[in-house]
Design a protein. Structure first.
Length: 451
């Protein structure tokens, strides 16, 4: 008899207490607080920026803006990635203007100072004319702490920072099991939004809004037509907070609102997902809740042979449920069994009421090779290029359009003197914890796990 596949238990995160932060509207509009965040928090934390797969060769570079800084990430001859501030050390001119490229040297367009990909100054005109001596061999680009994990490039502006593994805590092992470093980007839309970056992160720190923002009937839609494989009921949702400041929400999948018709028959997209894993939807007439366990069992048994090698290393819940992580300070991501929904907000260089918002998708190689086998319910069909769009006239992406409309109106409300601070439900406590962490960093009290 064949040995049964090993079952892996979802990890447990410690209990956390919050301190009843009122979160006034000024936190989203004040230039003074915006500056405090930059000095005390943004420059002290690990930030997810580039993608390793976009830097395959020595000399390949990416540039990503974060607030007032522009960060260069460069592949080295030894295979590592280094990160530098995008600024010439002569007179402060930026070295690059675009998002990516390949160089033998970074040559400043102002006076032609040339820096090698490792940051060393290689050439300066009239180098004998400097009273402090030849700058070559003495001057180099300003480097940042840089590590790679889950296929991404992460940087930290704090020279005294802890390791990325220590900063991520329990997320490190959970994401390693998913083999995310090999997943491919299948959609990337970015836009500048007229709201503070925290408006975006607050939204993705709770699911309280899902039934009203995403599932509510409108003049053009009918609530009865909404189909979802996710159970959004908060009493059956798992909420976790880590010592490091990150959090996790796990919503049960494999069934949900609209999974059946009036007669109790399983309907699309759940029906198609069941058939893709050799399960007859008719078996679950009037018993839709049982599809979750059936899908987990089928994926556990059949997945590795179909190329889904990471299935053998993740808990049963990961095979069906929505694992939504919010990584402090600015990265929210829903990790499905085969899709990785990337949601990131970065601050504007000088305006607290604007932010750069990314709505991207990644998919596992096996799901792209066999879309029917993966179920295909959460994998958009687009391309891997980053498209900068105007949110007012172009789509940022299905579903997220609903969120963006609320982001913009909420920012308007935060300007009102009539708003006296939040009144949060328990299922929204991750928002309160998030704001408490921002204050802790500003006051020099980073979480003990990150010291």
């Amino acid at each position: 008899m064949a040995e049964a596949p090993m079952r892996i238990v979802i990890d447990t995160w410690p209990e956390q207490r919050t301190r009843d932060h009122r979160i006034p509207g000024s936190r989203y509009t004040s230039r003074e607080f915006f500056q405090q965040e930059w000095d005390g928090m943004w420059t002290k934390v690990w930030l997810l920026l580039g993608r390793e797969s976009e830097l395959p060769n020595p000399g390949d570079w990416q540039m990503e803006p974060v607030g007032r800084e522009e960060i260069l990430m460069v592949r080295q001859t030894d295979g590592r990635v280094k990160a530098f501030y995008n600024v010439c050390q002569h007179r402060g001119n930026p070295l690059v203007d675009g998002p990516k490229g390949n160089v033998r040297r970074f040559v400043c367009k102002y006076h032609s100072w040339a820096f090698l990909p490792n940051g060393d100054l290689n050439f300066a005109p009239d180098r004998e004319d400097f009273p402090e001596g030849n700058p070559c061999g003495k001057v180099r680009l300003k480097e940042l702490a840089c590590e790679t994990f889950a296929g991404f490039v992460w940087v930290n502006m704090d020279p005294q920072c802890v390791s990325l593994k220590q900063f991520l805590g329990p997320i490190w092992d959970a994401w390693n099991a998913l083999e995310l470093d090999g997943w491919k980007r299948v959609m990337a839309r970015s836009t500048w939004l007229p709201c503070n970056w925290k408006v975006v992160l607050d939204n993705f720190n709770e699911s309280y809004h899902v039934p009203t923002v995403h599932l509510a009937a409108t003049p053009d839609t009918d609530r009865k037509k909404i189909r979802s494989n996710i159970n959004t009921y908060y009493k059956e949702t798992r909420f976790d907070l880590s010592n490091e400041g990150h959090n996790r929400m796990v919503m049960q999948g494999g069934f949900g609102a609209g999974s059946t018709d009036k007669e109790g028959n399983i309907v699309e997209p759940l029906a198609g997902q069941l058939r893709a894993w050799d399960i007859d939807p008719a078996r679950f007439k009037s018993n839709a809740e049982a599809t979750r366990a059936a899908l987990q069992d089928a994926k556990r048994r059949l997945g590795p042979a179909r190329g889904f090698t990471h299935y053998a290393k993740v808990p049963d819940e990961q095979l069906t449920d929505a694992f939504h992580y919010t990584l402090f300070p600015n990265f929210a991501v829903s990790v499905w069994s085969d899709g990785f929904h990337f949601l990131r907000a970065r601050p504007h260089p000088d305006d607290p009421e604007q932010c750069l918002f990314d709505n991207w998708w990644y998919a596992s190689p096996a799901s792209l090779a066999s879309p029917h086998s993966s179920g295909g319910a959460f994998i958009p069909q687009d391309d891997d290029a980053v498209h900068m769009i105007d949110w007012r006239t172009q789509s940022i992406g299905p579903g997220i359009e609903d969120d963006v409309r609320v982001f913009v109106t909420q920012q308007r409300g935060f300007r009102s003197r009539g708003f006296e601070g939040v009144y949060l439900s328990n299922q929204e406590k991750r928002i309160r914890r998030y704001h408490e962490l921002i204050d802790d960093y500003i006051e020099g009290r980073a979480p003990s796990a990150n010291r």
